[in-house]
Design a protein around this ligand. Structure first.
Ligand code: CA
Length: 237
């Protein structure tokens, strides 16, 4: 069955171009021209991925993102932002977007990011009969099935990307992971600006796992290299 991709874009020529491109690549594209229609089509057709423009009539891309996330924590959401909308990107990440593509973008980049989003999502789905393992470190427990993190008594939702990052850090606890490795393993593709995206994701994670996100004691910055999760690797038996 073809993967359904919902394109939410009010610029008609861009929407039409994306539609042609995606159907040529074997996807089933659906098009919405404003935020209200986006949610309507989303609920009716349950797309497998959403390409979401930020500046939209009726409801903004942020509102659409937030509403979709309330209903489905897993569907990949790629936001389309204009150059220089850095603040907007952070707002989008807080609302649960997975990735950003800055306009104008190349066809190759867009397709690579869509494929990476699908790969990431599928890597998180447990195989038949397989129970996804709970991650535990310090006073944090992560339930991959519910995409939920618990720190002490506080629970909060995780995005699939945040989960992928935590999994990687937990599997190599105590080790310094350089940016290149993190980007390659979690994002799957390299592109200009990903480094900022990585830092923004780390900042989001710190809000969820640290006692004081301004003074992290778990997810540590290794200047000039990358990050590491404090602690010792689990003893192997
Ligand atoms: Ca727009």
């Amino acid at each position: 069955m073809k993967d359904r991709i919902l394109i939410v874009e009010d610029e008609a020529p861009l929407a039409a171009g994306l539609k042609d491109l995606l159907s040529g690549e074997g996807y089933l594209p659906l098009v919405a021209v404003d935020g209200r229609q986006a949610l309507e089509i989303y609920r009716r057709r349950k797309p497998d991925l959403v390409l979401l423009d930020v500046m939209l009539p009726e409801k903004s891309g942020y509102e659409v993102c937030r509403e979709i996330r309330k209903e489905d924590p897993r569907v990949p959401i790629l936001m389309l932002t204009a150059k220089g909308e850095e603040l907007d990107r952070i707002a989008g990440l807080e609302l649960g977007a997975d990735d950003y593509i800055v306009k104008p973008f190349g066809v190759g980049e867009l397709l690579a990011r869509i494929r990476a989003a699908f790969r990431r999502q599928r890597a998180l789905e447990p195989g038949p009969g397989e129970e996804p393992e709970e991650l535990v470190f310090a006073d944090v427990r992560v339930d991959p099935r519910r995409l939920e993190l618990q720190k002490g008594q506080r629970r909060c939702p995780l995005t699939p990307r945040e989960l992928a990052l935590l999994k990687l850090f937990c599997s190599r606890r105590g080790e310094v992971l350089d940016r290149e490795t993190l980007l390659q393993k979690v994002w799957g593709v390299r592109y200009e600006g990903t480094t900022r995206t990585l830092d923004q994701h780390v900042a989001q994670l710190r809000k969820k796992i640290e006692d004081d996100p301004a003074r992290p004691r778990l997810l540590l910055t290794v200047h000039g290299v990358g990050y590491r999760l404090a602690g010792e690797p689990e003893a192997a038996d």
